[in-house]
Design a binder for this molecule. Structure first.
Ligand SMILES: [Zn+2]
Length: 68
């Protein structure tokens, strides 16, 4: 599955945040599925409805990412 990209800076590296402010590196796949960068890492407790770009200040719904 292809990774979707930040609508601003066009990179695929995103992260999630949890209530403690911790970050978890993820990608968003075509279709909107959020997956951890490292296979097998639990996303429990992280908010999957908002992703943050590692490359710029953009954040928002995974549905807003673009194909290129
Ligand atoms: Zn970005």
């Amino acid at each position: 599955m292809k990774k979707l990209l930040c609508p601003q800076c066009k990179i695929a590296a995103m992260y999630l945040k949890n209530d403690l402010g911790e970050r978890l590196l993820v990608y968003v796949l075509e279709g909107g599925e959020v997956v951890p960068k490292e296979e097998g890492v639990s996303m429990e407790g992280f908010d999957l409805t908002e992703v943050y770009c590692l490359g710029c200040s953009w954040h928002g719904s995974p549905k807003r990412l673009v194909k290129r």
